[in-house]
Design a protein around this ligand. Structure first.
Ligand SMILES: NC(=O)c1ccc[n+]([C@@H]2O[C@H](COP(=O)([O-])OP(=O)(O)OC[C@H]3O[C@@H](n4cnc5c(N)ncnc54)[C@H](OP(=O)(O)O)[C@@H]3O)[C@@H](O)[C@H]2O)c1
Length: 266
């Protein structure tokens, strides 16, 4: 492994072997972060590591890990505890797309282990490092599907709703600590996400896609602005404000202490 410097600290990127994760790795290296890149495909990680080292001069460590496996996850947690991590992008994720009754239960459980359990444990591990150092940034990659039920993506949409609420809750807890906590809701991004699951990109119109590089740049810009929920392709921020206002009204209403009239007997 290359010697990891301490300033501006090490950025850990999960799912760095392709798509959005590889784009984050590129951008963070160009900002001077040493990197710890994680995924299962070690050959891809090594190629990217060599390229980024040559182009930017930062130190890049790779860790081949299946984040659905408890032992691999524990190895990564231990590594995070050992090095001066200042940035974590929890990006690794899978879709297990298809009708809930057709997709094998094991594949849906594996999705929960990767999209939910690993993301949670790694967030906890990183925040422990950030708290000790008094600085750090956590970016968790959810999806616009966090806000939408999805026939053919039940476990996926559920897992991303978890990422959204988990990350927002963590941010509430860490308010004023100097630690940045952000969640990104990408719409369609041109990556291997669909093809790796045997699906075609034409599930969405061509015009709906952004590139992984544009997505990573927008997410980093949103984090620099201090945004809590970053939706890179949402043209009108008013739509998010409207959603939040509706959520506030809903919450005030459910605190009435009374059962709504339509549910009362008789
Ligand atoms: N593409 C989109 O339209 C879109 C939209 C919204 C949100 N997202 C989210 O963006 C994130 C990145 O996806 P992407 O679009 O960049 O797709 P991608 O190109 O398929 O990348 C997925 C990454 O996750 C890694 N990964 C998958 N299973 C893993 C495991 N068990 N252990 C460790 N790493 C694993 C993959 O690496 P290995 O296969 O080498 O392990 C790969 O690097 C995901 O969380 C996805 O849900 C994507």
């Amino acid at each position: 492994m290359t010697d990891l410097g301490t300033n501006p600290g090490v950025a850990v990127v999960t799912g760095a072997s392709s798509g959005i994760g590889a784009a984050f790795a590129d951008r963070l290296a160009r900002r001077g972060h040493d990197l710890l890149l994680v995924a299962r495909r070690g050959d891809r990680l090594s190629t990217l590591a060599a390229q980024l080292q040559a182009e930017t001069g930062v130190g890049v460590e790779t860790l081949v890990a299946d984040l659905g496996r408890a032992d691999d996850l524990a190895r990564l947690e231990a590594r995070i505890a050992d090095i001066p991590v200042s940035f974590l992008v929890n990006n690794a994720g899978v879709g297990a797309l298809g009708p809930t009754s057709s997709v094998p239960a094991g594949a849906q459980e594996a999705l929960i282990r990767i999209n939910v359990v690993a993301l949670t444990r790694l967030s906890i591990a990183a925040v422990a490092r950030f708290s000790a150092a008094g600085r750090g940034t956590l970016i968790n990659i959810a999806s616009v599907m966090a806000l939408m039920p999805s026939a053919g993506g039940g476990a996926y949409s559920g897992s991303k709703a978890y990422v959204l609420n988990f990350t927002r809750s963590l941010r509430l807890e860490l308010g004023g600590s100097g630690i940045g906590v952000h969640v990104v809701l990408p719409g369609p991004v041109r990556t291997e996400f669909f093809s790796s699951q045997g699906l075609s990109d034409s599930v969405f119109p061509d015009s709906a896609y952004v590139s992984a590089e544009a997505l990573a740049d927008a997410a980093l810009a949103g984090a620099a602005l201090g945004e809590e929920v970053i939706t890179p392709s949402l043209a009108s921020a008013d739509h998010w404000r409207d959603l939040e206002a509706a959520r506030g009204a809903y919450m005030r209403d459910v605190m009435s202490g009374e059962i709504a009239a339509r549910y009362r007997p008789g």
